[in-house]
Write a protein that binds this ligand. Structure first.
Ligand code: NAP
Length: 312
């Protein structure tokens, strides 16, 4: 895994909630994505400044199609973070009734625009449009989300490349808190191409070295499986899917779920119940979300460094 991408190098000197249940009697440590993302953003900002010193302004572009409110918030947050890091940001929007050809032609324009180092097609696209075709149209060298099939292929090969932002944000969050996946039994709930499937692959790569179980909606006795995890990552989009009975005492629990409810954003994990059992847990909001954005920025600055190798 290339240094330019800044992937975690496991540090076995720090362990939280190890497999033997250590820490079970203590309240769970809250793993703040805001804190870890601030550290990563600062590192990205330094790299952006160093490129600026060479006359290169790093640029991130987003393409939002339609007026879905949640997507608008995500895109706004990405631009705010890009600007904090000193990047130029380009905010393109198309109406919900845009044609597939129009979407592909905007992506082609961004591919050709030398001011754009990284780009994001905000998924999902409105009904009738093919989101994966739009992602396939992105130049793999500008793929800030790390979701282009070429880059997913590099991941399968274990070769350097931009990794999917949410899974790499999760690994960076663990690294920030000194939690080493090596040797742990990791259970990943969810197998989407966006989160669960690439995360399961990344956890099992040489150098990360978790032993991985990939669970999904057809997994029998889900709680029985999740209870075997000393690292449990839940990305299902089902509020309350995992309660205390699904968690091994002392386990590290990462809640990727982002679900809108009457109480605001909630995860897939019952936080109060599970925090009483787990060794460490991520909150929602303020857990994985900020790390996803910081990882998009890291992919973008790495793309700019590749284009201007003298800066590396
Ligand atoms: P998705 O495409 O809907 O995939 C959900 C996955 O969860 C599927 O693989 C599904 O299994 C599995 N699943 C659904 N219900 C289940 C159940 N009852 N038991 C076990 N597995 C179940 O969703 P996604 O895009 O991966 O997102 C998952 C969640 O993460 C959502 O809440 C999303 O908003 C959130 N998210 C957060 C961030 C962030 O930055 N914080 C980023 C991306 C996504 P099948 O494959 O069998 O259908």
């Amino acid at each position: 895994m290339g240094a330019a991408y800044g992937y975690p190098h496991p540090d076995p000197s720090h362990r939280v909630g190890a497999a033997d249940g250590e820490g079970a009697a203590m309240p769970a440590q809250v793993l703040s994505g805001r804190e870890a993302a601030a550290a990563l953003e600062a590192e990205v900002a330094a790299r952006v400044a160093s490129l600026a010193g060479l006359g290169k302004r790093v640029g991130l572009a987003t393409l939002l199609v339609g007026d879905d409110q949640a997507s608008q918030v995500y895109v706004r947050n990405k631009h705010a973070a890009a600007e904090r890091a000193g990047m130029a940001s380009f905010d393109l929007t198309l109406p919900a009734d845009a044609t597939q050809d129009r979407v592909l032609s905007v992506v082609a324009d961004l591919n050709a625009d030398p001011r754009v180092d990284g780009m994001i097609v905000q998924l999902p696209l409105p009904g009738g449009l093919d989101g994966t075709a739009a992602v396939r149209a992105v130049d793999p060298a500008k793929d800030a989300d790390g979701l282009h099939p070429y880059n997913l292929g590099l991941l399968m090969l274990g070769e350097p490349g931009p990794r999917p932002a949410t899974p790499s944000g999760i690994l960076r969050l663990l690294q920030h808190y000194g939690i080493d996946p090596a040797g742990r039994r990791a259970v990943v709930v969810g197998r989407s191409f966006l989160v669960g499937r690439p995360l399961a692959v990344m956890l099992g790569l040489k150098g990360v070295d978790a032993t991985v179980v990939a669970a999904h909606s057809r997994t029998p006795d889900l709680a029985g499986i999740t209870r075997t995890a000393d690292l449990l990552i839940v990305a299902a989009g089902r509020p309350g899917l995992v309660g205390a009975d699904g968690v091994q005492p002392g386990a590290v629990v990462v809640d990727v779920g982002t679900n809108r409810s009457d109480e605001g954003l909630v995860g897939d994990v019952d936080f109060d119940e599970v925090a009483a059992v787990a060794g460490a847990i991520t909150p929602v909001p303020g857990g994985v979300g900020p790390m996803t954005i910081a990882s998009l920025l890291a992919n973008t600055v790495a793309a700019a460094e590749r284009a201007a190798p003298a800066a590396g």
